[in-house]
Design a protein around this ligand. Structure first.
Ligand SMILES: O=C(O)CCC(=O)C(=O)O
Length: 507
């Protein structure tokens, strides 16, 4: 494992330079050399560094973090010199503009300068071209550019690998470097250490409801899928044999399993494509036959809608590093997630605690995190160490099932290639929540998993009333009582010092 430490030289040099404005360049250069030495000494003893995966290629085009420019005093940044008047734009903006170009224009632009060469080879640009243009699936060829060229211009196939491989020695950009870093960073052991989830084995349904579902608290359930055929049988070979010709949803495209594994074996990117298919059991009924809903989650009231229920179950397959960045599950449902192969690191925050780095829109329509999983660990995980309301964390291994209560924020990263099944469901414990959610004024944007977003509320409510007359009124009454009880409790919390057990006259 190569050890890599993000240098904060840039800011340190800037500070020094401002302080020493009157001094000559030579003394500033000496200062720099001294700082580098100091920095290197610190590096040797500092254990806080990030580790790069041993299999990581050096940055495809030799892009370096901006701080390195200050270590190399004879260097200029070819990022700027080669962009002409565009050099004043941020890297993100340059890439946004390039995102409007087709493959031919990108190819032509690549020959303009070293800078355009690096920018136009930025892999996410080619990934978008592949995903937009090759909807019918693709054979991944080690990079997105090679994949595109080989699919669209087969006669160039032999050149494809060489097409994007030149190194540029003097290109400095934190943005482009970060993208490579996130794709190649090893998970730090301290990101995996905290394990504070409640684990239960063999509890009764009543205990589950009383202690976890009713109070809306996560729990990791062991031993409740031991009888699944999926747990015994599902691995790559079995699945490819059983359904190698079937196409599954992988982000915006449909892929056969062989194609997907071909991609996931080679890929090194910040947000690997994830196989996430809601129709797997309809496509391959045997997959549906080889698992059953664990006993705790059998009450699933969306079932009254039959085929009109929103998407509710998914098979999930992805390589190490793939996963789901912070989000809240759809339609205010709760969920369970069973790992069949591999393992997943989970981080969960309760509904009233928005995870750091996540900015949901005020109307609740946007509940997905803008930062990638690995970026979240790099930049935000540490902040949660000192929070009073610490997240619930665990590693969920094959044969284990996690209960994800309604409204909880969660992030999941696969620590190795993983196969899982997840289902979202509505029970009596969250029926009123779900109905409230479905009838919210902006249901047309909030509701998901169905084409008939606006009518889902009426359809669901009517069907529940037909199947379980009086149930909604009864549950609404109980929910009101619970809220009153909660308000009373929080009043007493606010006036009583619970730690000392003494009354606190603070009003
Ligand atoms: O990546 C995973 O396994 C988690 C999936 C998930 O969070 C979800 O379905 O809501």
């Amino acid at each position: 494992m190569r050890s890599f430490r993000m240098r904060n030289l840039l800011s340190r040099v800037k500070k020094k330079t401002i302080k020493n404005r009157n001094r000559s360049c030579i003394s500033i250069t000496k200062e720099l050399a001294h700082l580098v030495e100091q920095e290197e000494e610190e590096e040797e003893v500092n254990e806080e560094g990030f580790n790069i995966k041993s299999s990581a290629p050096s940055h495809t085009h030799g892009v370096q973090p901006l701080g390195n420019l200050y270590l190399n005093t004879s260097s200029t940044n070819s990022r700027d010199t080669g962009l002409g008047n565009l050099h004043t734009l941020s890297d993100e903006l340059v890439l946004d503009i390039l995102g409007f170009l087709d493959s031919t224009s990108l190819g032509v632009l690549a020959s303009v300068s070293k800078s355009f060469y690096v920018f136009t080879n930025h892999e996410p640009l080619w990934r978008n071209l592949v995903l937009e243009n090759l909807l019918g699936g693709f054979q991944y060829k080690g990079s997105w550019k090679s994949t595109y060229v080989s699919a669209c211009y087969p006669s160039f196939d032999n050149f494809a690998v060489a097409l994007g491989g030149f190194k540029v020695r003097d290109f400095y950009s934190d943005y482009l470097f970060q993208s490579w870093l996130c794709a190649n960073l090893e998970m730090k052991p301290e990101w995996l250490e905290r394990d504070n989830v409640v684990r239960k084995r063999g509890i009764s349904v009543e205990e589950f409801v009383l202690n976890f579902e009713e109070p809306n608290k996560p729990v990791l359930l062991e031993g409740c899928i031991d009888n699944w055929g999926a747990l015994r049988n599902w691995d790559r070979d079995y699945l490819v044999r059983l359904c190698g010709d079937v196409k599954f949803s992988v982000g915006p495209v449909e892929m056969k399993l062989g194609e997907y594994f071909g991609y996931s074996d080679q890929v090194r990117e910040e947000r690997p494509l994830y196989l996430f298919d809601p129709k797997f059991a309809e496509k391959v009924p045997k997959l549906g036959d080889e698992y059953e809903v664990p006993v705790y989650f059998r009450e699933d009231l969306f079932g009254v809608l039959g085929n009109e229920r929103p998407d509710y179950r998914w098979v999930i397959i992805g390589p190490a590093g793939s996963g789901s960045s912070f989000h809240v599950d759809p339609n205010s449902t709760s969920a369970w997630n069973a790992v069949i192969k591999g393992s997943k690191k989970w981080i969960l925050f309760p509904p009233d605690v928005i995870p750091p780095g996540v900015h949901p829109s005020p109307d609740g329509a946007d509940v997905a995190s803008p930062v990638s999983i690995i970026e979240w660990f790099m930049n935000f995980y540490g902040a949660t160490k000192n929070w009073n309301k610490k997240p619930i964390e665990c590693v969920c291994k094959a044969g284990e099932v996690i209960f994800v209560p309604s409204g909880w924020w969660h992030l999941v990263i696969n620590l190795e290639e993983s196969i899982a099944i997840t289902q979202n469901y509505v029970s009596r414990r969250n029926l009123i929540n779900v109905l409230d959610f479905l009838k919210s004024p902006n249901a047309s944007t909030l509701v998901s998993g169905t084409r008939d977003r606006l009518n889902l509320y009426d359809k669901f409510k009517n069907a529940i009333e037909a199947y379980f007359p009086g149930e909604i009124d009864e549950l609404t009454r109980k929910e009101e009582e619970r809220k009153i009880q909660q308000r009373k409790l929080s009043f007493w919390d606010s006036v009583a010092d619970t730690n000392a057990g003494a009354f606190k006259f603070s009003f």
